[in-house]
Design a protein around this ligand. Structure first.
Ligand code: IVH
Length: 722
């Protein structure tokens, strides 16, 4: 009897474990590979921990292929695989001060049996080590390789052993150094920063040698600044595309773009946090904190708020001190990483299969709050996308007072069954945009009615439609809808558009209300007297506004094209259009074929561009802008980057390294002339450009009989002087 109960229990556990494994794998795939998580991190943790617990209780059911035995998820197959020289591990989590104490006890036990006096506690029981506290940046970790001082390769973590080669995309991160600054090698081989050596009064040639390190590996976090994340999501919403759940997914999605130009537009950031020097005959500093200084001296961005702590109490103080202020940083943090500062102890303690024993991640609790829904309103965006917003009884959350939360779309309202007056749980998705997570049904008042989604635009009453493949509802009354007009005016003055400083949403609302501005051209007709007649407008601000408006007349053509707010024409598409057509007139005269022939611009975009200029309102706007003195053609800087489409329809593959151009520059040059640069040779390839030490692509090209050219011939095709 007893035996059969046990067998049944084990059978039930086995089934549940199998189900949990599938779930964990699925959600990891959604999260890591598709960048589209279907559940929150907290919900993921629940199933993950259930799996871990069951496996602990039934060790005989634990298999090597269980997701609890692997870090992260399988790398996507779109990028070349890179085997990491040193595996990229994960970190154990601490959820509170008790976990920190247990961590320290484990460390002390690990060091206790050692004969090395360096690891023994000090005479008064003082620790033999100190801690380095760093913000836990919510991005994705990458491993970078530098050879002879130059950036060679960068890879994502992938499964910890094998990651994806994202070198080209990493090169677009402006703060990631392409070349390393030289460092000082002291007499005993120890490395330090050049400035640090000089500050100590050491003399080059005598006390230290200057050296560019030959082989360096750096680890760090790629992140998306909060400011970029917010504007990216706004743009995605307008385009009717799925938004990113949080800056980390956005960073990961951006770093794994097939087109590096797209990554470049996303303006990612990087913080370095590990250095491994592989050169012979030199010694890295013994403290991790000193290695961070060395990283900074070599030109890497290092997060500036890290701090050394001498006790767990000091660690806890760092954690507590940053709990709220972290929200004012332009990068999202979800905790604090605490590392033993003495690297010698790293070697002594080693790693578990998952994570180093000498570091731990203190995770801040997810920030959620309960409040009541006062109203559900609908906001109409620039391109007519209508999104539901819950207006809430104000509640404190993650350092700010939250009054509104997004409900995303009709499907989400239905799924949550959220109603007016409901008590709801709100959470900052990625701690930035508050969203309604769930309804507290037990608190629902009797007689509440399911929310009925509107069928008509709240601003202009025209019927809402759902376009094919889109999740949002749209108001198609593009020119008549006052809400769309307002959003378009706001878009026009934006930083990446006409960059009219001092004119924001509030001012534009004022201008519109008083009848001064209806179309963007009206900005240029504003007078000082008109502005002074507005409420709360002083002479100085009126003058500043007029100057900013006047200055916008000479914005680059790309900015103007973007400012028009044509559907699907974001900043990068606007740049492509301005690079191909020297003026608005040329763009207006272009055919669909000419537009969609631009690499990176497809028929969807050429259609919306043609559609835009087919509207008489828009052509009138252009004429209006022209007569008011707004520049409608390329300036000298833009013209210098414009090329005739001499390589239109031609596909290039580059193999080996070129001497005159960096790979990325060469690809840019091909694209600027209308050609295409791809990564692998096929029958469709027109030219294979062969540089120094070419790879297997050369043989493939010979096999397929594809035209092979050297760098000189390539430069001639580009019409660049060799
Ligand atoms: S140390 C073994 N330092 O957190 C090494 N990681 O939960 C772990 N992270 O995979 C890396 N900021 O993506 C380290 N200052 C920091 C970090 C940091 C963010 C991320 C990293 C890592 C994850 C572990």
């Amino acid at each position: 009897m007893e035996v059969s109960v046990r067998v049944n229990l084990e059978e039930a556990a086995r089934e549940r474990i199998e189900e949990l494994k599938r779930l964990v794998e699925h959600h990891r795939f959604c999260y890591y590979v598709l960048d589209k998580p279907e559940i929150t991190d907290a919900d993921f943790d629940v199933i993950y921990h259930e799996l871990e617990d069951l496996e602990k209780k039934h060790p005989q059911l634990l298999t090597a292929d269980s997701p609890t035995q692997k870090v992260g998820a399988k790398p996507s197959t779109d990028f070349k695989e890179v085997k990491h020289r040193i595996p990229l591990l994960s970190l154990a989590n601490a959820m509170g001060s008790e976990d920190l104490i247990h961590w320290q006890e484990r460390i002390d036990r690990g060091l206790a049996d050692d004969d090395d006096p360096a690891f023994a506690p000090g005479a008064s029981g003082a620790l033999a080590y100190q801690y380095m506290c760093e913000h836990k940046i919510d991005g994705l970790s990458v491993a970078l390789t530098y050879e002879n001082g130059a950036f060679k390769q960068g890879a994502t973590r992938g499964n910890g052993e094998v990651g994806e080669d994202v070198t080209l995309n990493l090169k677009t991160i402006g703060t990631l150094p392409a070349k390393l600054k030289p460092v000082a090698v002291l007499a005993d081989g120890t490395l330090t920063g050049l400035d640090a050596a000089k500050k100590q009064g050491l003399v080059e040639g005598k006390d230290f040698q200057e050296k560019v390190l030959r082989h360096v590996e750096v680890r760090g976090e790629v992140y998306m600044p909060v400011s970029s994340f917010t504007s990216l999501n706004e743009a995605l919403l307008e385009e009717g595309e799925q938004q990113f759940a949080n800056p980390r997914n956005a960073a990961s999605g951006s770093l794994r773009q097939k087109d590096p130009a797209k990554t470049a537009r996303r303006r990612l950031g990087f913080w370095a946090y590990f250095l491994y020097v592989l050169d012979d005959g030199v010694k890295q500093p013994t403290l991790h904190s000193e290695n961070l200084n060395l990283l900074a001296a070599m030109g890497f961005p290092v997060e500036p708020n890290g701090k050394i702590a001498h006790s767990l109490a000091e660690v806890q103080k760092f954690v507590d001190d940053w709990f709220l202020p972290r929200h004012s940083l332009d990068y999202q943090t979800d905790g604090v990483v605490i590392k033993i500062d003495q690297r010698k102890i790293w070697d002594k303690l080693g790693n578990t299969s998952h994570s180093p024993r000498w570091a731990i991640a203190y995770k801040y609790p997810p920030e959620e709050a309960e409040t009541q829904v006062e109203a559900i309103n609908f906001e109409v965006g620039r391109t007519g996308a209508v999104t539901p917003v819950a207006f809430l009884k104000p509640v404190k959350l993650a350092g700010t007072t939250v009054k509104r939360a997004t409900l995303h779309n009709a499907d989400q309202i239905k799924r949550l069954d959220v109603r007016i007056n409901d008590w709801v749980v709100v959470r900052k998705a990625g701690e930035i945009i508050p969203e309604v997570l769930a309804v507290k049904f037990e608190k629902r008042t009797e007689g509440s009615e399911p929310f009925v989604y509107p069928t008509h635009c709240p601003a202009c009453q025209s019927e809402l439609v759902r376009l094919k493949d889109e999740v949002v509802l749209r108001c198609l009354n593009i020119y008549g809808c006052p809400a769309q007009r307002l959003r378009r005016l706001i878009h026009y003055v934006g930083r990446e558009a006409m960059d009219i400083d001092g004119v924001g949403e509030k001012q534009i609302e004022q201008f519109v209300k008083s009848g001064l501005v209806t179309t963007p051209a009206d900005f240029y007709r504003l007078t000082e007297d008109q502005l002074l007649a507005l409420e709360r407008m002083g002479k100085k601000s009126a003058q500043n506004i007029l100057t900013a408006i006047n200055n916008s007349k000479t914005r680059p053509l790309a900015a103007l094209i973007f400012a028009l707010g044509i559907r699907h024409v974001g900043v990068s598409i606007a740049e492509l259009l301005a690079g191909r057509f020297p003026s608005i007139d040329a763009l207006m005269a272009a055919t669909a074929e000419e537009i969609s022939a631009i690499e990176g611009v497809g028929p969807v975009i050429s259609d919306t561009v043609l559609e835009y200029f087919a509207q008489s309102e828009n052509r009138e706007l252009i004429e209006d802008l022209r007569s008011l003195g707004v520049k409608l053609e390329q300036d000298a800087a833009e013209a210098a980057q414009t090329f005739a489409p001499t390589l239109a329809g031609k596909t290039f593959v580059i193999t080996g390294s070129l001497t005159r151009l960096e790979r990325l520059e060469a690809e840019k040059a091909i694209k600027a002339r209308g050609g295409k640069a791809t990564g692998s040779v096929s029958k469709k390839t027109d030219y294979v450009v062969v540089g120094e030490s070419p790879g297997s692509k050369l043989a493939k090209a010979q096999e397929l009989g594809i035209k092979i050219i050297d760098e000189t011939e390539f430069l001639a095709l580009l019409e660049i002087e060799a």
